[in-house]
Write a protein that binds this ligand. Sequence first.
Ligand code: ZN
Length: 274
Amino acid sequence: MLDGARAAAENVLCSRPDMKRILPPLVCLAVSFFVAPPVSAAQEAAAARPRVLAFFTAGGELDHVLFAQQAIRALTAKSAGDGYTFAATTDWDSLNDATLRDVRVVIWLNDMPHTAAQRQAFERYMAGGGGWLGFHVSGFGNNAWPWFTEFMGGGRFTASNWPSLPARVNVDAGGHPIVKGVPSTFVAPINEWYSWTPSPRNNPDVKVLLTLDASNFPLGVKNTLNGGDIPVAWINSKYRMVYLNYGHGDRIYSTPILPAMIDNSLRFLLDSPR
Ligand code: ZN
């Protein structure tokens, strides 16, 4: 809000060439500062909202970065209206006790912790009632981190389709707040879809929200998914967590359904008790 007010002031006072001649840049900056609202009011408003912190990796696979960038833009735009503060960082060392203390929901946009210290801090955060929203390759898992496999419901990545393709997806859990407004079956935009062994559905603590429809198979050309039970979105009720397998490429935000589920997932995590 503060930045917006400053930008508005600069637009008013400093965007016109004639005014720029009159007001050199430092004066523009000073003028915009004094017409901005009191810092304390803006800070108090932000402090009252729960914090959401997203982690991503700028140098990762291009299709994963493209989704991360779109998600960051969308969540930034939604944050004030939806009652939370949003920040994103590429510094995975911020996955530590001190930073996470006041964070209500951690988001992983297509990457996962890189060090044992980061992994252990995340475990403590979740054990203390933290919230997690993970996308796509964030759920891939790691042989060095069995806790995370259990956290995900017990399944590990098995295979994926290539190239990335649209797919028909069915809602499993009609009535759950995360699928509010989502049609019972729909064609989702291009994504790389993962299969899991064993299926997380086998875990009684897991509630599957979306599943690939059988009509998709075989899905892919170079690499194919050939059938079986392939959940796409789920929660593990032992934790405040939501996993969404989509997040590959720049088409996820091309239709409203999958973005709506992202917003619903965040709302679900923000509303669930610690
Ligand atoms: Zn991918």
